[in-house]
Design a protein around this ligand. Structure first.
Ligand SMILES: [Zn+2]
Length: 295
């Protein structure tokens, strides 16, 4: 399967649109800074696939963030994608959950939040639903049902080295041309026969042929996905300015410097007393270690 890409397709004879995403280098880069226990890694991989698929279903100019918070063994899962297909994400856990069933891993109180921040709108869009179902895929399916009110089904497969996801969504009534009541059931029943290994290993052409050779299928151009972090020295400057000079100088006094690490990509931003003085005088010092690329 083509590396780090999202494919869109249309099952014309079923009035169903679909997407396939495949992440490999992106997935390896995303996990490079943290050793995740197997079940946490699976949940994070599924969230990467879910986020990439979700971003493909809507037009937005900015960032889409999927977040799961709960009080269970895994208490935070966050994956973000830009409209350019740049992904980053992480998970935080107290101990490895015994299973990847959402309620068992995240706690019965867990919620899934989707936030879309764009430059045009001051207020970001936010959708929140309880985390339901026996898999994260079920939970995402439920989210679509509630938020878009279109029948949607997602499938995920995660290994150490790659992540794949597939989404099927019934076209809105106004876009349907076939009017076949059985079409949605047929499209999903065929997709249900797909094994996780096939989803991970096979090319989009092979998968679509294997599932839908009796349907009319259109495959559209793919778009590229990649791991990328939007942190920067400038953003860190802004955060420190927001804290206020006194607060920042107190940290320097106590710790000798201000040291901030990006949790997504492990970049380190350090400020000594001179950097802090320059920052609050309106200068941005260049003496700090910018991005540590040795990790
Ligand atoms: Zn970063």
């Amino acid at each position: 399967m083509e590396a780090d890409a999202r494919f869109k397709f249309l099952l014309e004879s079923c009035d169903v649109r679909g997407q396939l995403v495949h992440l490999d280098q992106c997935w390896i880069d995303a996990k490079a800074r943290t050793t995740y226990p197997a079940n946490v890694s699976t949940l994070l991989g599924e969230a990467f696939a879910a986020t990439a698929l979700m971003a493909g279903t809507i037009k937005f100019d900015g960032k889409l963030t999927l977040q799961v918070r709960g009080s269970g063994d895994v208490y935070l899962l966050v994956v973000q994608i830009t409209n350019n297909g740049e992904l980053r994400g992480l998970a935080r856990w107290n101990q490895e959950p015994e299973s990847t069933v959402p309620a068992a891993a995240f706690g019965a109180d867990a919620r899934i939040t989707i936030t879309i921040e764009t430059d045009q709108f001051a207020e970001p869009y936010q959708g929140i639903v309880p985390l339901q179902g026996s898999t994260l895929a079920d939970a995402i399916t439920h989210y679509f049902k509630v938020s878009e009110q279109l029948q949607t089904q997602v499938y995920f497969a995660v290994s150490d080295s790659s992540v794949s996801g597939m989404l099927l969504q019934a076209l809105p009534p106004s876009e349907r041309t076939v009017g076949d009541d059985d079409a949605w059931a047929r499209a999903t029943a065929l997709a249900d026969t797909l094994t996780q290994q096939e989803l991970l290993d096979e090319s989009v052409e092979t998968l679509l042929h294997r599932l839908y050779h009796e349907e009319e299928v259109r495959l559209f151009e793919s778009s590229t996905l990649a791991f990328s972090c939007s942190c920067s020295r400038e953003r860190t400057d802004g955060m420190l300015i927001g804290l206020g000079e006194k607060e920042v100088l107190d940290i320097v006094k106590e710790q000798g410097e201000v040291s901030i690490s990006c949790e997504f990509c492990d970049a380190h931003y350090q400020y000594d007393a001179v950097d802090v003085a320059a920052l609050f005088k309106g200068y941005v010092g260049s003496s700090g270690n910018d991005i540590d690329t040795t990790h």
